[in-house]
Write a protein that binds this ligand. Sequence first.
Ligand SMILES: [Zn+2]
Length: 143
Amino acid sequence: MVFNEEDENYIYEVIGKNVKKYRKLKGWTQEKLANEINYSLSFISGIESSYHQTFSLGAIWRISKVLDVDFAKLCENENSSSFKAKYIEYKCNKCGAESKFPIKIIKHFKNIYELANSKEQPSFECINNDCDGRMYPKNPMEL
Ligand SMILES: [Zn+2]
């Protein structure tokens, strides 16, 4: 199902997809997530299903806490053009992990580098705690 952004079902669908994504990134089953927040398994599968199930802000807040994901990130539609325009894709040079960083932050670091006369592109520590690699832009940056 694809909902129009004007439709309130849209935000339920976006959040549902994000809950599924971040749950899987953590390696958790729906059951594990349900147990962590004391909700039923059918509630979690309802959130993640494409037949939208309404849920409370409080439930999503708890999910963001146990999944350790920024609440706002759960509300972002990564497929929307406005989202893509604000982020740059990065990739780790060791483990290959990928992540997106906000352009605002990257520009901030770039300014600092330039003040120090460095032509280096801003890079970040790998998002993977077990990896000591660094993350670099996947594509040449247009800043
Ligand atoms: Zn890495």
